[in-house]
Design a protein around this ligand. Structure first.
Ligand SMILES: Cc1cc2nc3c(=O)[nH]c(=O)nc-3n(C[C@H](O)[C@H](O)[C@H](O)COP(=O)(O)OP(=O)(O)OC[C@H]3O[C@@H](n4cnc5c(N)ncnc54)[C@H](O)[C@@H]3O)c2cc1C
Length: 324
């Protein structure tokens, strides 16, 4: 009986969330006196796979089949379910990432397992039951769920559990699952990255701006600040609706959900639909000329003033600090 963790990679390299979920599973494994098996799907070199052992995976199962090269929800859920049965895993942990959000409920249904998605803390156990605190209603509330089913699927919010090192000597095994043709219901022919910029859902720092920037001609200062911080750029919905920025940058209830370590909101009011996509950020800094702007209520730090004056000064100050 082990804990199975599904770990995601991008072009053969593990995301930070992979180490987070392995580390999360290791903490549960220690509590339950069991071990962690990590499942990787895709073309990942053994050297990369071995990195999972540093965070507590004692066994690594790799699936490297041409037809599973790109993410296909139905097929991946079937493979994870097959690996879970083979490993006799009673707890399956994955990231509540873009793909994890689709995988977790499908996987739970397949395994007839209880599901806690959006987990933000380690669970507590009472006998066979597991209790987990999670986000609810688009991050506007918290809920505590108790899973009573024998099998349990936990999808952990990115950035909610720091990877903790816990060295293991890993065993790497290959699994060749029998993939049902009906599960391969999507053919990904090619993935073309829009830019070489930092990916927004993965970013540790996000510099985001709204209608307070007045127009697209003022976005150079947002990009400069993002560049000096090594951040991704984002925006509010009306900004992308107006065509000032691409829709891929719009965050919120109807856009991308982010949970970086630092979210800097510039000239954004803080409407509830925007907050739904950003409120699980660790630290929120707000720059707004209106001291009554709702965003200040959730801010850790705030600057009241004209963004067009403040942002260049902030960029210059960070540049000066980095030069020292
Ligand atoms: C169903 C639905 C879904 C939605 N989904 C989303 C979503 O996913 N994401 C999203 O963002 N919105 C979403 N919205 C829209 C949301 O309700 C708000 O309208 C939107 O977030 C406001 O964007 P904003 O803050 O950029 O603009 P505004 O509301 O116009 O606010 C601009 C802010 O900039 C400040 N400002 C102005 N000038 C300056 C200056 N010079 N310096 C500093 N500050 C300045 C103002 O004080 C103000 O607070 C949704 C709405 C609906 C109805």
């Amino acid at each position: 009986m082990a804990i199975l963790v599904y770990v995601e990679n991008i072009e053969g390299k593990f995301k930070k969330s992979a180490f987070e979920v392995v580390s999360y599973a290791k903490a549960i494994a220690q509590e339950q006196s069991t071990s962690v098996t990590a499942l990787s799907i895709g073309n990942v070199a053994d050297e990369e796979l071995n990195k999972l052992a540093a965070f507590g995976a004692s066994k690594i199962v790799k699936v490297d089949q041409e037809q599973l090269k790109q993410f296909i929800n139905k097929a991946y859920a079937a493979v994870i379910a097959e690996a879970a049965s083979k490993e006799q895993a009673h707890i399956i942990v994955l990231s509540n990432s873009f793909s994890g959000k689709g995988l977790a409920p499908r996987l739970a249904a397949k395994l007839e397992a209880g599901l806690a998605d959006g987990a933000m803390e380690l669970p507590t156990f009472s006998g066979n039951d597991l209790q987990v605190k999670k986000t609810a209603f688009s991050n506007k509330a918290f809920a505590t769920e108790v899973i009573t089913a024998d099998k349990k699927v936990i999808a952990v919010n990115p950035n909610s559990h720091e990877p903790v090192r816990s060295e293991e000597t890993p065993v790497i095994e290959t699994l060749s699952p029998s993939v049902d043709a009906g599960d391969l219901n999507l053919v990904v022919k090619d993935i073309v990255r829009a830019t070489d910029k930092i990916s927004l859902p993965e970013a540790e720092i996000v510099v985001s701006a709204g209608r307070g920037m007045k127009g697209p001609e003022n976005w150079a200062m947002i990009e400069e600040l993002a560049e000096v911080l090594g951040a991704a750029t984002a925006c509010s919905k009306p900004v992308s609706d107006a065509g000032w920025r691409p829709h891929s940058e719009h965050v919120g209830q109807t856009g991308i959900v982010v949970s970086p370590n630092l979210y800097i909101a510039i000239g954004i009011s803080g409407a509830i639909q925007h907050l739904a996509g950003v409120s699980s950020s660790k630290t929120i800094v707000v720059i707004n000329k209106d001291p009554e702007a709702p965003f200040f209520k959730v801010a850790d730090y705030g600057i009241v003033g004209d963004a067009l004056e403040i942002v260049p000064k902030l960029t210059a100050a960070i540049q000066a600090h980095k030069a020292n």
